[in-house]
Design a protein. Structure first.
Ligand code: T4K
Length: 403
């Protein structure tokens, strides 16, 4: 364990870890089972286009979520694009800026304007109280993002959508396996979209899915993800190629078999971080509602520089030099990324809570590749940095500027 600031790698000491600790190290599951499935795919010579593993994967996801339809896709970004288009959103759609840029891009890609809404400072999700004032005659929908697995205020958003006749889709990229008031995420709004990217706790290498209880919408989405084909040679709708392949489904199915174990590891990591980080002034860990189902896949802290005396970015740099690859999920907010920054140069004025959070947020390594000893050392380094913030500030200030 590092004890003094001279032990810190940023000042020349050896790093705490010889191998990098990642925020999104994939969970692998049972390798033998995966290989069996891959061999089956190769033997059967059925690699994609609605193969048996994709069908089985869709069925398993739908069962777990308790939803009528699951349409697996090549990734969540395409799944969002298709869900948005199939739902009939056009013009302007209200969306949080505090999200991965894919949420905004999925709209802009089809020339729908993302109108960025601020977040609630407690939940860090889109603030329903701020939505009404952003509705214009061009507004056709709302996209809520269940940030870091924590559900949006689903009831308030449903009420708003109904009152103003707006479509409502959830970007549930982080929230597979989570519940809201006892009901699984995936059952809300017109549709919800999961991501099964490699960095997600349940992964199919690349992958995503739209889930919905709306039969008509599900049918449309199925056609759209397969070029609009209803049958051989019969195209009934505009479409694209959003299909999941059999290798991804094999990975997803294998991952599903370890679902409970992965969640339990994430949960233990969360409680270990909670214990180790407690009492560090200026560091607040995002909490989960223990009365709900949760995947605990992100460990998120906020660093308040007014208390710590050291900025989130300085702490990040200290961690990175120790091979602890903490990430700013999400910084700087979509409104400060292109093309949105150019389109809406003053958007930040309406997003004070988003800007505040973007400058404080830090995701720490977790998942099955990270254990208790590593977590204790990550927390120890954060504690050490904050306890010696003044001295570190002086030393960092004295470092020669990077060329
Ligand atoms: N909506 C939301 C709210 C999202 O968060 C995302 C994706 C989406 C929509 C879109 O979903 P997809 O279309 O991707 O299905 C990563 C993921 O690529 C992205 O899926 C995820 N959110 C986002 C939060 O994280 P980056 O740019 O941070 O990835 P990268 O390459 O820097 O990897 C993160 C860490 O994981 C690094 O330390 C490296 C490590 N890693 C990564 C991969 C891919 C590994 O150790 N092994 C790996 O195989 O976006």
């Amino acid at each position: 364990m590092k004890k003094t600031i001279d032990d810190l790698a940023i000042f020349g000491a050896p790093p705490a870890f010889s191998k990098s600790l990642h925020v999104g190290r994939p969970n692998i599951g049972n390798r033998e089972k995966l290989m069996q499935r891959i061999n089956y795919i190769l033997d059967s010579r059925w690699l994609t286009n609605d193969g048996t593993f994709v069908q089985e994967f869709e069925q398993r996801i739908a069962e777990i979520v308790g939803v009528k339809h699951c349409i697996a896709m090549c990734n969540a970004t395409i799944a969002l694009e298709i869900a948005i288009r199939a739902s009939g959103m056009t013009g302007e759609v209200i969306v949080p800026s505090m999200t991965f840029v894919a949420t905004a891009h999925a709209l802009q890609w089809q020339e729908i304007t993302p109108v960025f809404c601020d977040i609630d400072p407690v939940t860090c999700n889109i603030d329903p109280k701020k939505i009404e004032q952003m509705i214009t005659p061009r507004t056709t929908g709302i996209i809520g993002v269940h940030l870091w697995s924590r559900p949006c205020d689903v009831d308030a958003l449903a009420e708003l959508a109904q009152k103003h006749n707006l479509k409502l889709i959830y970007d549930a990229a982080h929230a597979f396996g989570c519940s809201y008031n006892g009901k699984m995420i995936g059952n809300f709004g017109d549709a919800e979209v999961f991501s099964f990217h490699a960095t997600k706790f349940l992964n199919s290498a690349e992958g995503g899915a739209v889930v919905t209880n709306d039969d008509e919408l599900a049918q449309k989405i199925r056609w759209m993800k397969n070029f609009g084909f209803e049958d051989v040679d019969l195209v009934v709708y505009i479409g694209t190629n959003g299909k999941m392949n059999e290798f991804s489904a094999a990975m997803g199915l294998t991952s599903l078999e370890s679902l409970d174990e992965i969640i339990e590891t994430n949960r233990q990591n969360y409680f270990h971080y909670r214990k180790e980080l407690s009492g560090i002034p200026g560091v607040t860990l995002a909490q989960f509602n223990e009365g709900e189902k949760c995947n605990y896949q992100y460990i998120i802290v906020q660093i308040d520089k007014d208390v710590t005396g050291i900025s989130r970015d300085e702490i990040k740099d200290i961690l990175w030099s120790e091979n602890i690859l903490a990430r700013r999920y999400f910084y700087p907010g979509c409104h400060r990324m292109e093309p949105y920054r150019s389109y809406f140069p003053h958007a930040g004025l309406l997003l004070p809570e988003t800007e505040r959070l973007a400058d404080r947020v830090l995701a720490l390594p977790t998942g099955t590749a990270v254990g208790a000893a590593e977590i204790s050392e990550v927390a120890n380094i954060i504690r050490l940095a904050i306890a010696n913030s003044k001295q570190i500030g002086e030393k960092l200030g004295n470092r020669p500027a990077a060329s």
